[in-house]
Design a protein around this ligand. Structure first.
Ligand code: AP5
Ligand code: MG
Length: 210
């Protein structure tokens, strides 16, 4: 299965992708995570994308497409993958079409009010990357990762200013992908509003029926 998780910021794509990847034994490829790792490691790519990602703008297509094409060449992606946060523009989707055959696109749907609540309460582990929410998915000890004991932090782009920018960038540049994939008969809508457990159960059922 070659899957795309599409949807607005904070809809729960990363949370669901981590669970589905574990359940079905396939790599979870998040372009946001790849950019954050490059920033943390202060690579050339990291230096190029730091300011762009913190503001919530999109990284240029050329850089993003190259990053994903390289990642998809890794052996673990040969028998299936989950792309989380890619493609996000029509040129990215067109480039992907020439590189891979997509099985299904899961379109996460959530309203803006809920998105803002999810993003403003998000915390992420600095060491292992696991995501939490101060109300919806709190860690056992505040500020500490349950899995590895790492420190939890708030992403720079989870400021209210960046969240608003990300929502308008999504509406302008990414939402057109819904029609792009619907017209190819590849799209399935996912109600992202229920609990993470219920969203996972419905995704699992959808994927087992493919
Ligand atoms: P990226 O990291 O992909 O950010 P995003 O798309 O804005 O998505 P998020 O990671 O914020 O949300 P999510 O849907 O994964 O939600 P999560 O599961 O964490 O990209 C970051 C930046 O990188 C971009 O702005 C851009 O600059 C750049 N970039 C990345 N890809 C690019 C591309 N293709 N082209 C160009 N630039 C690119 O959940 C959110 C919160 O809600 C968490 O706290 C979680 O615990 C909680 N939660 C999750 N599910 C539930 C639930 N069901 N109920 C209650 N709470 C829940
Ligand atoms: Mg994410």
């Amino acid at each position: 299965m070659n899957l795309i998780f599409l949807g607005p910021p904070g809809a729960g794509k990363g949370t669901a992708a981590a669970r589905v990847a574990e359940e079905f034994g396939m790599p979870h490829i998040s372009t946001g995570d790849l950019f954050r790792a490059a920033i943390k490691n202060e690579t050339e790519l990291g230096l190029q994308v730091k300011a762009i990602t913190e503001k919530g703008d999109l990284v240029p297509d050329s850089l993003t497409i190259e990053l994903v094409n390289d990642r998809l060449k890794d052996g673990d992606a040969a028998n299936g993958f989950i792309l989380d946060g890619f493609p996000r523009t029509i040129p990215q989707a067109e480039a992907l079409e020439t590189a891979s055959k997509i099985t299904r696109v899961l379109n996460f749907k959530l309203d803006d009010e809920e998105i803002i609540e999810r993003l403003s309460g998000r915390r992420v582990c600095r060491s292992c990357g696991k995501g939490y929410h101060v109300h919806f998915m709190p860690p056992k000890k505040p500020g500490i990762c349950d899995v590895c004991g790492g420190e939890l932090y708030t992403r720079k782009d989870d400021s209210i200013e960046s969240i608003k920018n990300r929502l308008s960038v999504y509406a302008e540049q990414t939402e057109p992908l819904i029609e792009f994939y619907r017209s190819r008969d590849l799209l399935s809508d996912v109600d992202a509003k229920p609990s993470a457990e219920r969203v996972f159960d419905s995704l699992k059922a959808m994927l087992e029926a493919l």
